[in-house]
Design a protein around this ligand. Structure first.
Ligand SMILES: Nc1ncnc2c1ncn2[C@@H]1O[C@H](COP(=O)(O)OP(=O)(O)O)[C@@H](O)[C@H]1O
Ligand SMILES: [Mg+2]
Length: 352
């Protein structure tokens, strides 16, 4: 049987460019070279496409921040991709995980790993994910959202009507609805970039200004105190869920540094939770996956609230961190699916 021609795309124009490089090199290192003819494609931060020409057998997982040098321009990315049997976009964040690239794959009719256009774009936008989860009856942290343009702000009502406000007016409105501490997030963020935890009015206003450097749509959420837990979902129509993992952040919240640079951050797999809580999280993870119309894979993140033990959904990631030691693969490994088997399954699901 001839090998499956598989493009593995990584890098990209988002704030998670470096994280994607780590995920993708790990994917390439662990793909079955007998089964796949691998075409690694690097997109730089300016959006230029390159072949990564290093010998496939020599590609090993890199570290966050490490760069690659053996690259050669791809003159026509569309015709290059058209020769493929399948594409694995190992990209996180904007222009990779948000439906834009998926739209290109749809246009050229090449199967690809992971969520389609709609699921990708809903899930990349925290405000719209909230709206869908609300419809699905999933419990979430109370939230408000606003839009910023050239330093002016609009407060968005639940019926989508808008009201122009000063930053001070916005903050007052938010304080009426939510209690401190709050989390201020660019709606399209990932890897915690642009996110701040705030405890005062001044911090709230600063955090809004900061978040608006990353996205014009900004989400403000009431802080939840409790465990942070995650569940992997795998499949298309029929889906399976993994055991539950817990994130033990070394810092006050799971910030970028805490995720990638602080060795004290740990994960616990499986999380220490009662059986009923585990089953309820799995049920809700499946529901969230279906609610956004996901396919292939997603990692669904929750809080288990201190004192009440309520399960509160935080977000869904359609292309979660994907190194061998990332939560998504580790959760499935603990559930009996090895990293290499997982890659095979995802590619098979894409080509279904
Ligand atoms: N409402 C909240 N209550 C408590 N902690 C939160 C809340 N929202 C976010 N966090 C913390 O911030 C981190 C990043 O937020 P998240 O919404 O998951 O964004 P990202 O997509 O960047 O991972 C979470 O992992 C968690 O530690
Ligand atoms: Mg997160």
């Amino acid at each position: 049987m001839s090998k499956i021609k598989l493009a593995v795309i990584f890098g990209g124009m988002s704030t998670e460019h470096d994280v994607s490089m780590v995920s993708a090199t790990s994917v390439i290192e662990n793909l079955n070279k007998e089964r796949y003819e691998i075409f690694p494609i690097y997109i730089n931060q300016q959006g230029n496409w390159y072949e990564y020409t290093k010998k496939i057998e020599e590609i090993k997982t890199i570290k966050v921040g490490e760069t690659i040098s053996e690259i050669q321009t791809i003159e026509n990315p569309i015709s290059y991709l058209k020769q493929m049997d399948c594409i694995f976009p190992v990209l996180h964040g904007l222009y990779g995980e948000d439906g834009t690239l998926q739209g290109l794959f749809e246009l050229i009719k090449v199967p690809y790993v992971g969520c389609k256009v709609l699921a990708s774009s809903i899930s990349m936008d925290k405000a719209y994910t909230k709206i869908i989860f609300e419809k699905a009856g999933l419990k979430q942290a109370p939230y408000e959202y606003i839009r910023e343009k050239n330093g002016t702000y609009r407060y968005i009502q639940k019926d989508f009507s808008e009201e122009m406000c000063s930053l001070e007016e916005i903050s007052k409105k938010i304080e009426k609805k939510l209690k401190y501490p709050m989390f201020v997030k660019p709606s399209n963020s990932g890897s915690s970039v642009g996110i701040n935890k705030v405890k005062t009015r001044t911090e709230l206003e600063e955090a809004i200004k900061y978040a608006s450097q990353y996205d014009h749509q900004i989400l403000i959420e009431q802080g939840i105190e409790g465990k942070e837990v995650e569940c992997a979902v795998l499949g298309n129509e029929e889906v399976i869920t993994s055991c539950i993992g817990e994130v033990l952040s070394a810092e006050e919240f799971y910030s970028f540094d805490s995720k990638y640079n602080n060795q004290e951050s740990k994960t616990a797999i499986p999380a220490n939770l009662p059986k009923e809580t585990v089953e309820e999280i799995q049920k809700q993870a499946k529901k969230a996956f279906k609610a956004v119309n996901a396919s292939g894979l997603s990692r669904v993140d929750f809080f288990v609230e201190k004192n009440t033990n309520q399960i509160i959904i935080n977000e869904i990631n359609t292309m979660p961190g994907f190194t061998k030691i990332s939560m998504y693969p580790k959760l499935l490994e603990a559930s009996g699916i090895s990293y290499s088997q997982l890659l095979d399954r995802l590619i098979a699901l894409a080509m279904e």
